[in-house]
Design a protein around this ligand. Structure first.
Ligand code: FES
Length: 342
């Protein structure tokens, strides 16, 4: 195995070791350093840094997380750089709240079960020889055969001693990652690296939890619901679960929520369809409209201010949710949890 390089953080003087095939970001997080990040896949720009001494290699020069001004200033993305020498780095942001509570690790897992939830959403269950440690709502990076760079997907289950990592993933049209994933067969092995992400369930907060999801965003929302009912300290905390889809054949999640104690009482489910034609064709008699509108329609304005929000889904949905919660309703930002992948 090639020798690891030493990375020193200029501001704090903290030093850590980074293997030549590990990224500056992930090795830092593994070492317990609070390097800023969100997506881990080059999109959000949260992990910008500068190299003060030494040399790194970028795995994705055109990553959208950097704008032309960043490039001019010589800024790089820590999630997309591997070291080629010992380095001194200057991250844009370091904060203790980025320090992982479960140390991320890369391991080889086996796919042990596949289940179709809809025509294009599938559950994948991987196992590892070690206990699975992560917080409800976090994600992992999947290294898929023939795909350049890992892909981030959220777990749908909760920490467990059996080493089960479960994912619910919607197949993206023309998406290389999901195309490779949907080709996998039971018994196949892939590398998983995780956990990562900051949009995890805050068990210390006892406000009503509101989950807002769409598409593959079902997975972390389900994990949060499962995490709530599994945690005795959250007994009595209510959950309102909103899930949006285009047509009836795109809806899922109800069976999984129904399996939780308190469904229909402590846990309320609000599925909604956004395409009126598909809804009509499928004889849908439930809620119609975009999912963020359902949140406003079903929770009185004064109660909205007393909720803790978690959201995950397609970028257009996240934008609408953020505009409504943060912009229009002025919900304090520390009560809205999501990991940006754009
Ligand atoms: Fe590196 Fe998002 S964490 S670009």
């Amino acid at each position: 195995m090639s020798q690891a390089f030493s990375i020193r953080v200029q501001q704090s003087g903290a030093e850590y070791s980074c293997a030549p095939d590990d990224t500056v970001l992930r090795a830092g997080l593994r070492a317990g350093i609070g390097l800023s990040y969100e997506c881990n896949v080059g999109s959000c720009g949260s992990c910008k840094f500068e190299v003060v001494e030494g040399e790194v290699r970028s795995l994705w020069e055109e990553a959208p997380g950097l704008n032309p001004r960043d490039r001019q200033r010589g800024r790089l993305l820590a999630c997309q750089c591997v070291p080629v020498s010992d380095c001194v780095i200057k991250p844009m942001i370091i904060d203790d709240h980025f320090i992982p509570t479960d140390t991320p690790r890369r391991f080889t897992s086996e796919l042990v079960a596949i289940r179709d939830l809809t025509h294009d959403i599938r559950e994948f269950v991987f196992t590892d020889s070690q206990p699975a440690g992560f917080r409800p709502g976090q994600y992992a990076l999947l290294h898929l055969p023939g795909v350049n760079g890992p892909r981030a997907y959220s777990m749908s289950n909760i920490r467990n001693p059996e080493g089960r990592w479960e994912f619910i993933i919607r197949k993206v049209p023309n998406g290389a990652g999901t195309a490779a994933l949907f080709e996998l067969k039971v018994g196949d092995r892939i590398d998983i690296d995780g956990p990562y992400g900051l949009a995890y369930l805050r068990t210390e907060v006892k406000r009503t939890v509101v989950c807002i999801g769409g598409g593959s965003g079902l997975a972390p929302m389900l994990s949060i619901a499962r995490g709530m009912v599994a945690d005795p300290s959250m007994d009595g905390v209510k959950l309102k679960f909103f899930y949006g889809a285009r047509g009836p054949r795109d809806l899922c999640g109800e069976d999984e929520l129904k399996a939780l104690p308190g469904f229909g009482d402590r846990i309320e489910f609000f599925p909604a369809l956004s395409d009126p034609d598909l809804a009509k064709a499928g004889s849908w008699t439930g809620l119609l409209g975009f999912i963020h509108e359902q949140v406003k329609a079903h929770i009185p304005a004064d109660q909205l201010m007393e909720c803790e929000f978690y959201t995950c889904g397609p970028p257009v949905m996240i934008n609408a949710v953020m505009q409504m919660l943060g912009g229009e309703l002025k919900v304090p930002p520390d009560r809205i949890h999501y990991d940006s992948f754009v």
